[in-house]
Design a protein around this ligand. Sequence first.
Ligand SMILES: NC(=O)c1ccc[n+]([C@@H]2O[C@H](COP(=O)([O-])OP(=O)(O)OC[C@H]3O[C@@H](n4cnc5c(N)ncnc54)[C@H](O)[C@@H]3O)[C@@H](O)[C@H]2O)c1
Length: 367
Amino acid sequence: MFGNVFRGKRVFITGHTGFKGSWLCAWLLNLGCEVTGFSCDVPTQPSHFAAMDLGRHIHDLRGDIRNREELCRCVKEAKPDLIFHLAAQALVRQSYADPVTTFESNALGTLNVLEAIRNCPSVAAAVLITSDKCYRNDEQVYGYRENDHLGGHDPYSASKGCAEIIAHSYFTSFFHDGPACATVRAGNVIGGGDWAKDRIVPDCARAWEKGEAVEIRSPKATRPWQLVLEPLSGYLQLAGRLLAPIPSPFCLHGEAYNFGPSAEIIKTVEDVVKELAVHWPGFQSRMQATDPTRKECTLLKLCCDKALAYLNWKATLNFEETIRFTAEWYHRFYRGRKDNESMLDFTLGQIAAYEHIAQARGLSWTA
Ligand SMILES: NC(=O)c1ccc[n+]([C@@H]2O[C@H](COP(=O)([O-])OP(=O)(O)OC[C@H]3O[C@@H](n4cnc5c(N)ncnc54)[C@H](O)[C@@H]3O)[C@@H](O)[C@H]2O)c1
């Protein structure tokens, strides 16, 4: 996988206790990396991080990316070859409740990560994770391209737009001769082990496991839903190319990349709930009144042609497979495991199954 480029690499991940970060840690461990994680807390209870007992398998650090000195010291001590920056206040609704922390964590936190990279000579490459919401949302019917306007109405989206601007300023001002860096913008990610508030899949899993109906806020909102392993395969493909000793024919360094599902997977919230309900037969949903002062976009698509052209990356799974992987993880967590299988084993099993499907479908990163 990934040309074996990650074997023996030292990798520093911010946000490793979160939903995406914990999946990324598991995959990197499997690829033979030595992983150091840096996060301020374990953001949910339960969590994918704790379910896998991940802290026992990596260097597990607690710290705040808003504290530049502490972050720089931890990065220097870890001497990583590669950094993935995922730590963020990642929820739109929470960003209305606490815009200051959101901007400090997402914009200034990214600035601090860039300073840590600048001050750590071992770093050869870095991938900074922002969001599909970094684009100025004009409710356009075609997918956003990497050179579209940045923006964002709500503080979360705007903070991610700010993070992009800060990162690209550092890339051009300080990193032209390396380290090789890029930003990545993925859509709405789903999968097992997410228990964040106000996200539709965790809301369904929580409610249905208690035998309750799930409340849906915006059933007609479309999002680029994808299994968590899809953007992670893109981040890894990109990181592998950034680390590669032989430069790619394309200039990958200093660029931004979208990672999203193929165009036909643009589904509504309601589609997700209905498909999930196939795996939780009999469970109900009901509409919740939306707050008109809290604006969330209803139409959001990504154009992923650049990732295909530069990285030969595209998504692997169809919608039904995406939902099946997700539901199976929650069922395994809530309803018990076979023999002595741990949730880390089950997570690694899903990663292996995903790799297997990607290989059968000819995805280039599986070589
Ligand atoms: N989940 C999605 O659908 C999605 C979509 C697009 C982009 N993203 C982005 O991907 C990244 C990961 O998202 P996620 O869903 O795993 O989020 P999450 O909320 O599950 O995890 C956030 C992580 O960041 C850490 N963190 C938050 N503030 C911090 C701070 N000040 N200092 C140190 N650590 C801090 C938390 O401890 C946690 O480890 C985020 O940058 C998010 O904006 C997520």
